[in-house]
Design a binder for this molecule. Structure first.
Ligand SMILES: *[C@@H]1O[C@H](CO)[C@@H](O)[C@H](O)[C@H]1NC(C)=O
Ligand SMILES: *[C@@H]1O[C@H](CO)[C@@H](O)[C@H](O)[C@H]1NC(C)=O
Ligand SMILES: *[C@@H]1O[C@H](CO)[C@@H](O)[C@H](O)[C@H]1NC(C)=O
Ligand SMILES: *[C@@H]1O[C@H](CO)[C@@H](O)[C@H](O)[C@H]1NC(C)=O
Ligand SMILES: *[C@@H]1O[C@H](CO)[C@@H](O)[C@H](O)[C@H]1NC(C)=O
Ligand SMILES: *[C@@H]1O[C@H](CO)[C@@H](O)[C@H](O)[C@H]1NC(C)=O
Length: 935
């Protein structure tokens, strides 16, 4: 059987990319006839563009607008060109798919270079494939497994009895095979062969991301991205400290002595994780590697290495790891309502502990015998090594205590911590070895391994969705270290190609840490959302959300405007994964086009936040539309993904979201009555934007800049009436929609967004630009009318947004005055980045000293990005860019080197130190892009 036939690697894609120019020529020759209407279309579009350009050049006379139009035109043409290439590539790909079958064989004999031990690990399966086919047919209700497994005798027999029902093309999914086809008989590069024990890093689909660390607020959890996930979690417990059982959950605040970090995490196929709890001299290194991830088979391995203690303490002889295997039922789960449960069958064997998992139908909590209602969900095999020696069954039993439990739905069945506390015998500090009687269902299994501090232990686990436990190989056989080294090497390569494409940064390790821990903060939630609509309490329909989180320990649930920055980073490394997240956010949109800011879905997530004020939402509450940063990146660099978004209806959702902003965040007053039906009616719409806020609060949670002052200090009757930050975001949002329309060749929409963009630009100048000093400012008013506005006296981050999106003109005034203010130490400049509010402001360091001085990395990122993208030709701007970049990069990375943490913000007390929540690898991770100068 040809196991290696479907090898795919990133290199395949690279090869493909290199071939592109050639392919395009070939196609355009072959398809000249077909293509000519296309060319006509392009010409027509260019013509239209020219017309538009002329019209707008006349209607708007400022110098900037003319240049901007030229730029527009150039960009537009670039987009069209890319679009054509894209289509051609798709055609080419389709053709090559057909050749797949013939090229399949070429890779068979390429397996000879696989490192020996990996090969053996695989080949054992092959050899025994035939022999053990029968055992596959075991009745899942068979009750003598434990005995049978013991009967299998020693380790060797166990390994020999392993079996893999390897289907053709089992290793990879269809997409990966298509790429394989593209190689067409050419030599497969050496690197590629090394890839074969892992899933492909570029293939991201529902199957490849089924398993992951999606309960990122927990210390260590591997679970499935679905409503009724099967999961395995690990937690630790130094036994003399009964109360330390709390360490199960990382949400507990901790001091600078506890570290839970991903050394590596690529978001799809592997992770290396380090727990270092200095309080208990406790250190674990955990490796997770996905071997197979397709529709038919999910297979992964996991190893936890428990280091020996460095200073033995007589009072702390032992420590434990507790594993739980459980089913979670998220809110409103159909499966549970219909009476289906998971059931786990535990067996203690010669060298392993095994658990088979089933889904079955309830019958008074007893197993239902009928075969068709039972589904096999996979099996887990645990082995233990002491100082690198595989432990025998007897030793293992001594190490182990366990509980088999049933978690009813009424009790929060995600709360495994409670189940553990309830089942620990306090005298022995071990679980109660409780077994369920014969046929009883148990949907939660707890395993506790208790270690002596003077040895090193390894607990290895394998999961296989298609094999019973007694058919699986022992996981300690897997070459963890070697595989990990290979994956790290590939990660580093992919990292250099994608993030550090402009050269490896000085702070490379800090950049890797940023990305790995951002990806390690991915979370999946499902359930209702509680919010208010016109003061009425509501619960939304249950939905799922898949997202990154700001801080695993402090803010372990999805935040809308944070996630735009998270994705700005992640999309560079793993664009397809990022596309999943963007889609997930757009899918949470309600019928009005509203996307809720904080997605504390389900009871568990709701419980994570102890601040109801933050959870309370109104469906007019907005947030800066930061997701567009990623959409922009797709339009620029991954037209294929942008096209996919369009084809799957996400362009329409973006339009709906966009119009929600126009309907709810646009200022209406007697000057502009507003017309929610017709936004081309410029006469009646202000195109002046302000974050909606219930009571005209000065502090605007919706702007994201919580305690930043937005009215005229004490004169609270002067309310904000236009927010320059939202104004700038809306300008950019409109521009992204305009570009997207062009990509999908909808010229009507293109013109629509272009017109709105121009009107926003002119209203921005008309209302937000203070002619006295050429700065853009918030506008405030005592009459809530645009007729009588004043400029807000505050100066800080909001005033920089026009620069971030290229609104500020490089005309000798606007850019100059702004840069002067930015570089003034008494205003925004510090040696660690730009502070949030001017030092000379009367609100400086007031409020919670949250957005009234501290340095926020994502805001500095926006400024750096703006300087780099729009003002490269201005020498002063370039100098400012370099100085600022160095400061920002250093404040994050030097703090990290010193403390091991990323922080929510910096320099709260003017000492350059990290402040507020930590570890915080949410948007602070934008430092990765700053380090790499990748915007
Ligand atoms: C596909 O391949 C066939 C022959 O292999 C060729 O005749 C045809 O033009 C190709 N089509 C495309 C779209 O490349
Ligand atoms: C294994 O058994 C299944 C079902 O009995 C059969 O379809 C399959 O061909 C067998 N495979 C091998 C390799 O013998
Ligand atoms: C399990 O083993 C017991 C004793 O060895 C035997 O009596 C019983 O029939 C077996 N059950 C099954 C389902 O094989
Ligand atoms: C791990 O995640 C799963 C799936 O969401 C959940 O059911 C389980 O309770 C978690 N483990 C712990 C220890 O909380
Ligand atoms: C970066 O990390 C690697 C691997 O952990 C280490 O070998 C190297 O010394 C680190 N470099 C710096 C400058 O700290
Ligand atoms: C929208 O308003 C503009 C300007 O008043 C008008 O020309 C246009 O016909 C209106 N469109 C619709 C659909 O009402």
């Amino acid at each position: 059987m040809n196991k290696y036939s479907s090898i795919t690697t990133d290199d395949t894609e690279i090869n493909q990319r290199q071939q592109e120019p050639e392919n395009i020529t070939i196609i355009s020759q072959q398809e000249k006839k077909k293509n000519s209407p296309f060319i006509n279309k392009v010409l027509a579009i260019i013509l239209i563009l020219c017309l538009i350009t002329i019209v707008f050049t006349f209607s708007f006379s400022s110098k900037y607008q003319t240049t901007s139009k030229k730029k527009e035109h150039k960009n537009a043409y670039k987009f069209m060109k890319e679009n054509i290439q894209q289509n051609n590539n798709q055609m080419q790909n389709q053709n090559q798919t057909n050749q797949k079958v013939q090229t399949h064989d070429s890779s068979i004999d390429k397996s000879s270079n696989i490192p020996k031990n990996i090969q053996n690990f695989e080949n054992n399966d092959d050899a025994d494939n035939q022999k053990n086919n029968d055992s596959q047919q075991q009745d899942i209700n068979e009750k003598n497994t434990s005995k049978d497994a013991t009967k299998q005798g020693n380790t060797k027999d166990l390994i020999n009895n392993l079996q893999m029902k390897e289907d053709q093309g089992d290793d990879y999914d269809g997409e990966a095979q298509t790429k394989q086809g593209n190689i067409r008989g050419s030599q497969i590069p050496q690197k590629e062969k090394e890839n074969q024990k892992f899933i492909s890093s570029k293939t991201v689909n529902e199957d490849t991301i089924l398993w992951g660390h999606y309960k990122s607020h927990l210390i260590y959890n591997i679970s499935q991205r679905k409503k009724n996930p099967l999961s395995m979690s690990m937690s630790y417990f130094p036994d003399m400290e009964i109360n330390s059982i709390h360490t199960l959950y990382s949400k507990k605040a901790f001091q600078n002595e506890v570290f839970y970090d991903f050394k590596y995490n690529d978001g799809t196929r592997f992770s290396e994780y380090l727990i270092n709890d200095k309080r208990y001299d406790f250190k674990v290194e955990s490796i997770f590697i996905k071997q197979k991830a397709n529709k038919n088979k999910q297979q992964w391995v996991n190893q936890h290495k428990i280091f020996k203690s460095t200073n033995f303490s007589p009072s702390r002889k032992t420590k434990s790891l507790i594993f739980s295997i459980s089913q979670e039922v998220y809110d409103n789960n159909d499966l549970w309502n219909e009476g289906y449960f998971f059931h786990f069958k535990l067996s203690k064997n010669e060298n392993s502990i095994t658990i088979d998992a089933f889904q079955l139908k309830e019958n008074n909590k007893n197993l239902v015998e009928s075969k068709d209602t039972n589904k096999f969900l996979g099996s887990f095999v645990f082995t233990a090594e002491k100082d690198n020696e595989l432990m025998s069954g007897i030793e293992l039993q001594r190490l182990l205590s366990y509980s088999q439990l049933f978690m009813p739905r009424q009790e929060n069945n995600w709360d495994v911590q409670k189940a553990i506390s309830d089942n620990i015998i306090y005298q022995t500090r071990t679980l109660n070895n409780q077994e369920t009687s014969g046929q009883q269902i148990n949907n939660l299994i707890l395993l506790q391994f208790t270690f002596l501090q003077e040895f090193e232990y390894k607990i290895s686990i394998s999961y296989d969705s298609s094999k019973k436990a007694n058919e699986q190989k022992l996981p300690n056989k897997y070459p963890f270290d070697e595989s990990l080294q290979k994956l790290i090497k590939q990660y580093e390569q992919q990292f250099v190609q994608s993030i550090e494409s402009k050269g490896v940064s000085d702070n490379h390790n800090c950049t890797v840490f940023a990305l790995s821990n951002l990806l390690g903060g991915m979370t999946y939630k499902y359930g209702n959302l509680q919010y208010t609509q016109r003061e009425e309490e509501r619960r939304s329909q249950p939905k799922s959300i898949f997202s990154f989180t700001p801080s695993r320990t402090r803010f372990g649930w999805p935040f809308l405007w944070d996630d735009g920055f998270h994705n700005a980073v992640a999309s560079k490394f793993q664009p397809k994964l990022s596309a999943f997240v963007i889609k997930s956010w757009l899918d949470t949109m309600n019928e009005d086009g509203w996307i809720c800011r904080e997605q504390s879905r389900g009871e568990e997530a709701f419980g994570l936040c102890s601040c109801p004020a933050f959870i309370k939402k109104d469906n007019r509450d907005g947030n800066p539309p930061t997701l567009i940063l990623t959409i922009e990146y797709f339009l620029r660099e991954h037209v294929d993904i942008a096209n996919e978004l369009f084809q799957e209806g996400y362009f329409n959702k973006m339009e709906k979201w966009y119009h929600w902003y126009l309907k709810t965040q646009m200022v209406k007053d007697d000057l502009f009555t507003g017309n929610i039906q017709n936004f081309t009616d410029f006469e009646r719409n202000s195109f002046v934007f302000k974050f909606w806020d219930q009571d005209g609060n000065i502090a605007s949670m919706n702007s994201g800049l919580d305690d930043y002052p937005r009215n005229d200090n004490g004169r609270s009757f002067y309310e904000p009436i236009g927010h320059i930050d939202l104004q700038s975001w809306m300008y950019h949002f409109t521009s992204i929609m305009e570009h997207f329309s062009l990509l999908i060749q909808d010229m009507k929409k293109f013109e629509y967004y272009l017109s709105i963009k121009e009107i926003i630009l002119s209203r921005t100048e008309e209302y937000f630009l203070d002619d006295r000093d050429s700065l853009y400012k918030d506008i405030i008013s005592s009459t809530r009318s645009l007729k009588s506005t004043e400029f807000s006296p505050h100066f800080g981050y909001p005033n920089l947004l026009p620069l971030a999106f290229g609104i500020v003109k490089d005309d000798g005034y606007q850019l100059q005055t702004l840069m002067k203010r930015m570089q003034d130490q008494n205003i925004l400049w510090t040696d660690y980045g730009l502070r949030s509010l001017s030092k000379s402001d009367s609100f400086y360091q007031r409020g919670n000293n949250y957005w009234t001085n501290p340095i926020w990395i994502q805001m500095n990122y926006l400024v750096l990005r703006g300087l780099n993208l729009y003002y490269k030709e201005n020498e002063q701007a370039t100098n400012l860019y370099s100085k600022l970049r160095k400061n920002v990069s250093n404040v994050v990375c030097k703090n990290w080197e010193k403390t091991g943490f990323f922080y929510e913000n910096y320099n709260k007390h003017d000492n350059g130190q990290g402040s507020d929540a930590y570890p915080f690898t949410g948007w602070t991770a934008t430092v990765a892009l700053i380090n790499a100068e990748n915007y």
